[in-house]
Structures are given as C-alpha cells and as structure tokens.
Design a protein. Structure first.
Lengths: 145, 101
C-alpha cells in the first residue's frame, strides 16, 4: 500500500511520555477526519502498546521506545510501536485476555483491547531483543458514513 | 489527574478528572484507597464523568477500589462513564462485575 504520510517518534520509556504519544497520534490521525469514536479507539490502542513498552520491556532500566505512524492509501492508519527490551517468551499466552505478569497493578487486557479496537494487530517478539506491535485501522471517509 | 471525594447521605462519591492511564494510575488508586480506608463507606459511587481518557491501567484502578470495598462488605457502583472509557470497561467485562448507574 502506498504511504501518503509518515511520522516517527523516539522517546525514553518514562510514563510521562504516554500522554505525549497519545496526543501526537491523535493530532496526526486528524487528517483522516475520524469520528470521535474512531479517534478514541486509535488513542486507546496506541496507549496500550506504548504503556506495554514502558511497563514491561525494560524492567531494570529506562530504555527507548520507537513509534511510527503512517497514513496509507485507502484511509488506513498504520501504527508501529517498537522496543528493544526483554521480549515476550510466549506470545499466544501473552495475548490471552487477563494474562498478565504485572500483578494486581495490571488487568492483562492491553492486547485484547488493541485486538478489538483495531482492524489488524500483529505482534513480533524475540526474547532478549525486543517487541514490535503493528496495528492498522481504516478510517471511513465521511461520505461513506 | 485529580481525585476528589465527598460523603452525602451515607454514600461516598469519588470523582476522577483527567486522563487515567498508567502514569496516573498509582496516585489515583492511592488517593481513592485512602479515602475508602479512612471512612469505610458501605456504599461508594465512582463518578467517571470527568475522565478525558482511560485505558487498561484504569481497569486495574476500578477493580482495585472494588476489591478494597468488598473486603469489608462495602459496595461499589460506577456512574457518568464517558463513551471511550465505556468501550474499555465493556471490552474487559468490568460492566458484568461492577454495577453501572
Ligand atoms: N513490549 C513488551 N515487552 C515485554 N513483555 C510484554 C510487552 N508487551 C506485553 N508484554 C507481556 O504480555 C503481557 C500481556 O500484555 P497486556 O498488555 O495484554 O496486559 P498487561 O500489560 O499485563 O495489563 P494491562 O495492559 O491490562 O495493563 C504482559 O503482562 C507482559 O508480560
Ligand atoms: Mg498492557
């Protein structure tokens, strides 16, 4: 699919950057003229992926998080969140609703929310090397609503 | 993120205002938890109408407050849920666990 626009960000895995990632993505997504519900879904999905990189990827230190968002032909928004952290040993297990290694602080619903709020969700993870989450969501043009 | 509370007619009302994400979650749970533990209300309403955003970190906060109340027989209800937060709570099945008014 042809790339019509692209934004890249790189930031420290500090929780204060979660809100920054959400507002950057929501301003970038505005060019597709999404409904409030579409925008809410996109913001939620990006918040889940970025929070995972901040909470789980670097348990012992502050690492880097990479975020790339593209507008593809046909009104498709593509989001990629990448870390070079610890990785996920068992992806099938990690994607199950309520599965968490985070104890009572976490609900284990991040992947489930990304899955149901976006059209597609792909997760690639190598233990000791990091995790890449790729999500797509088509934003319908106004005339089709 | 702001946490306010008051007690009216034997019911504790907790108001959350702002963006409830992982960055805010710990303080929110601490402050709401202190309010509950210090007053041990039998009825508590968590008013979310001031939330501009909530993600799965907020689910853990809601369930944490729910657990604290249940520990001594208190009851939690949630009110004023904005559409975006409702989608998150519904996807997690929280609406089947805690009553929504
Ligand atoms: N970027 C990552 N690096 C390492 N492990 C991860 C990463 N993302 C997710 N995980 C693992 O997958 C599990 C499930 O992730 P998910 O987002 O579904 O739930 P959670 O983060 O534990 O809880 P919640 O998202 O509800 O706060 C996590 O508990 C963690 O073990
Ligand atoms: Mg998560």
């Amino acid at each position: 699919m042809k790339i019509l626009n692209e934004l890249k960000m790189e930031f420290d895995s500090r929780s204060v950057n979660e809100g920054l990632a959400r507002s950057a993505i929501s301003q970038f997504a505005a060019q597709l003229d999404p409904t409030l519900e579409e925008l809410g879904d996109i913001k939620t999905a990006v918040s889940e992926a970025v929070t995972n990189a901040i909470v789980h990827a670097y348990p012992e230190h502050i690492g880097r998080v990479w975020l790339r968002v593209r507008v593809l032909e046909g009104g498709v928004l593509e989001l990629v969140v990448r870390d070079r952290g610890v990785g996920i040993p068992n992806l099938d297990e990690a994607r199950l609703p309520m599965y968490t290694t985070g104890g009572a602080d976490r609900a284990g619903m991040g992947f489930t929310i990304m899955d149901s709020f976006m059209d597609t969700l792909k997760v690639r993870s190598d233990q000791g090397k990091g995790t890449t989450v790729t999500m797509r969501r088509r934003v319908l043009p106004r005339s089709f609503r | 993120m702001q946490v306010n509370w008051e007690i009216r007619e034997n019911t504790m009302h907790i108001y959350l205002t702002g963006e409830l994400d992982h960055h805010a979650a710990r303080t929110v749970l601490e402050q709401a938890g202190q309010a509950v533990d210090g007053n041990l209300p039998m009825r508590c309403v968590l008013n979310l109408s001031g939330l501009a955003f909530m993600d799965s970190s907020g689910i853990a906060v809601v369930l944490g407050i729910h657990r604290r109340l249940k520990a001594y027989g208190g009851e939690l209800k949630i009110s004023g849920i904005p559409a975006q937060a409702m989608r998150v709570l519904h996807t997690a099945g929280v609406d089947r666990l805690v009553s929504i008014i």
